[in-house]
Design a binder for this molecule. Sequence first.
Ligand code: FES
Length: 167
Amino acid sequence: MSDLTRREALFVAGACACCAMSVDLAQADEGDQPKRQAPAALPKSVQIGKTADFAKPGFYDKFAKQKLMVANIGDKLVAMTVVCTHKGCAVKPNPANPEGLKCPCHKAEFDVKGMPTHGPARSPLDRFALTQGADGVITVDMTKSFIESKWEDPASFIALKPADAAK
Ligand code: FES
């Protein structure tokens, strides 16, 4: 498991090529005063609620400001980064596909599991570690991430039972 992935570090640093260009242009227009604020660092952990809060399959984007997208993928609850695997823009729910994400920068698309379905992105979105307390509250540990080959690691998801929808 890695700490902050390179893509996330680039995202935090605002290293998307198109964003960097806009900063440079802004500086050229207005002297040496950059227009953009430095992005806030990613939180180390986020409490997202209980499984019943995610009863319907699909994405829950209420944690997008924390660079986090929660998804009920049927039998599992997962939390994935919003950092696009192409050049690091923030992906958003796809208005044309409620079970998909779309990147506003170059139109890459991802399915509900975080797999790329339309270029230019070719790699899946990394997932974060999840733990569930005795009270049922789920915490996303954003210091631990899982690439696709590690998605079967039990630390990368919360197993969902049909009864979770009734809680
Ligand atoms: S940054 Fe290029 S498609 Fe997302």
